[in-house]
Design a protein around this ligand. Structure first.
Ligand code: AOS
Ligand code: ZN
Ligand code: ZN
Ligand code: ZN
Length: 404
């Protein structure tokens, strides 16, 4: 039987604390805004309706959790003036003490992108999309952001209506051009998704396509794994192991799902899967060299029903606690058990770690870093949500939110 947390050996505790020290999570600006499902959204009075409010919320999450120093930004939504909006972002960074993180180009909203962006059969539209990519790289440079995080919504709905193979070529060209614009320290993260909005074919549908495109683009292009972007039943941790092996695991978009790309709270449906993903990373790190910050852990969730602030803090805690549980795995012991094919013993150790309640240990770690033991509880008692609800409700009363 697993021992209770308080009697965990010193060495285990140290391993967990070291792991926690190395974990930072990026929060998305859009996680504070009114987002919903394809059927609509329920407007929340406390939701952020401009960039200042998003930075304020992100800063509060960082104050409570201590591990979210950066905010992912969406070019169209957060920097509507493109490069002209950089100065405002820099000012907000100063005011709120959180920095701009990954820069997300937007190639799915404009009417011209009806038949695709980087893969559109019309060269004029493709060129416009490439120009947006280049502008996104320049924005990232100006903000000292390392990562440009690309999700391409392109695809088609009916067989025979688009040339799948010619579109591969267009995509390669576009990513090469983007790569050429990057500074040597920057990275291009290529996200994949099997379907939606397109339902027959999606131009970057899986990790193989993303990997191949990254290779074609250049050495600074890597793959991004969104946990919600796989066919049901896919062994995501195996994909993670492969990407680590190939040296191209650029980062994650965290969320959970039951049926499709549901964008629910990470680990809310299947915490064991998150544990297994973290285990592959920690295991790989035990035996190989990976820089801590090589893997960008980012959240990509959409909360239609939960309060935005509560959901974000809960997400960070959940990810942190599952990471700590994965850090309990004794890699040497597990390797021994695996090599001698002691299947039940290996599995018992593995799932024993998963079933260990690390919350007291993580709470201790937080306190030792001057953070609240329970950030969600601290959020509740801080009155922050009540404050923004009141302020924002008053401000938005005449101007019903039109956030896209
Ligand atoms: C879409 O399904 C993807 O997960 C993207 O990462 C998207 O850019 C993000 O949800 C923000 O729109
Ligand atoms: Zn995503
Ligand atoms: Zn998604
Ligand atoms: Zn998703």
């Amino acid at each position: 039987m697993e021992r209770s947390v308080s009697s965990l050996p010193q060495e285990k505790q140290e391993r967990v604390w070291r792991a926690l020290d190395g974990l930072q999570i990026e929060i998305p600006s859009w996680g504070f805004a009114n987002t919903g499902t394809r059927f609509g959204k329920f407007i929340q009075a406390a939701a952020a309706t401009n960039l200042t409010e998003k930075f304020a919320d992100a800063s509060e999450v960082h104050r409570l959790t201590g591990i979210t120093p950066t905010v992912a930004l969406h070019v169209l939504w957060d920097l509507p003036g493109g490069e002209g909006s950089v100065a405002q972002v820099k000012e907000l960074e100063q005011t709120y003490g959180v920095r701009a993180g990954s820069i997300n180009p937007n190639l799915f909203q404009d009417q011209e992108y009806k038949y695709g962006s980087l893969c559109n059969p019309d060269p004029v539209v493709r060129e416009k999309a490439v120009q947006h990519m280049l502008a996104s790289v320049r924005i990232a440079k100006a903000l000292d952001s390392r990562d440009i995080s690309l999700w391409v919504a392109d695809g088609s709905n009916y067989p025979g209506t688009q040339s799948i193979s010619r579109r591969i070529g267009w995509l390669e060209e576009a990513l090469k051009a983007t790569h050429n614009e990057m500074a040597p320290t920057q990275r291009l993260l290529v996200e994949y998704k099997p379907f939606e909005p397109a339902f027959y074919h999606t131009d970057i549908a899986d990790w193989g396509m993303a990997y191949s495109l990254a290779k074609a683009a250049g050495p600074q292009a890597v793959v991004l794994v969104d946990t919600g972007h796989h066919a049901l039943g896919t062994n995501i941790e195996q994909i993670v192991a492969w990407l680590l092996h190939l040296g191209v695991l650029g980062g994650f978009h965290f969320n959970d799902r039951k049926f499709a790309d549901d964008d629910l709270t990470i680990g809310s449906i299947d915490p064991y899967q998150v544990f297994r993903i973290f285990h592959e990373i920690l295991s790989y790190k035990t035996w190989n060299k990976v820089h801590e910050d090589q893997i960008a852990y980012m959240i990509d969730q959409s909360h239609n029903l939960k309060g935005k602030m509560e959901a974000m803090v809960q997400t960070v805690m959940q990810a942190q606690e599952l990471f700590a549980r994965a850090a309990l795995v004794d890699q040497n012991l597990l390797a021994e058990l695996q090599d001698s094919c002691k299947l039940v013993e290996a599995e018992e150790h593995f799932r024993g770690c998963f079933y260990t309640d690390v919350r007291p240990m993580v709470a201790e770690w937080r306190q030792s870093r001057g953070l609240p033991a329970n950030p969600l509880e601290a959020l509740r008692t801080s009155g922050y949500v009540e404050k923004i609800t009141e302020e924002r409700a008053a401000k938005n009363s005449n101007t019903q939110s039109s956030y896209a």
